[in-house]
Design a protein around this ligand. Structure first.
Ligand SMILES: [Zn+2]
Length: 96
């Protein structure tokens, strides 16, 4: 059982898709071969993974800079929230 991620699944999927579509940064790519397409975000029911559609490569970690860039770009009111607060701020809402 993994610990709760600090970012919601929706946010991770959206952030990765946004990052991969930006023209100003190099997209995250498969380390196995330079001709493979940019990695695709995939939710396996437990966590978001980055997958290569051309081979078996997967990584289970979304790079922190990707999430931070997404937050900075889209959620202006985050301001200077301390790192320790991010998990609280971005916990997905739980239905009761
Ligand atoms: Zn690949």
């Amino acid at each position: 059982m993994h610990t709760d991620p600090p970012w919601s699944v929706w946010m991770q999927l959206t952030a990765v898709a946004w990052w991969q579509a930006r023209s100003s940064v190099h997209p995250m790519t498969c380390p196995n071969h330079p001709t493979h397409p940019p990695l695709t975000p995939f939710y396996d029911g437990e966590q978001v993974r980055l997958c290569c559609v051309a081979c078996e490569y997967q990584q289970a970690t979304i790079p922190e800079p990707v999430m931070r860039a997404f937050i900075a770009q889209h959620l202006e009111d985050i301001g200077d929230v301390e790192d320790a607060d991010l998990a609280t701020v971005y916990q997905p809402r739980r239905s009761r």
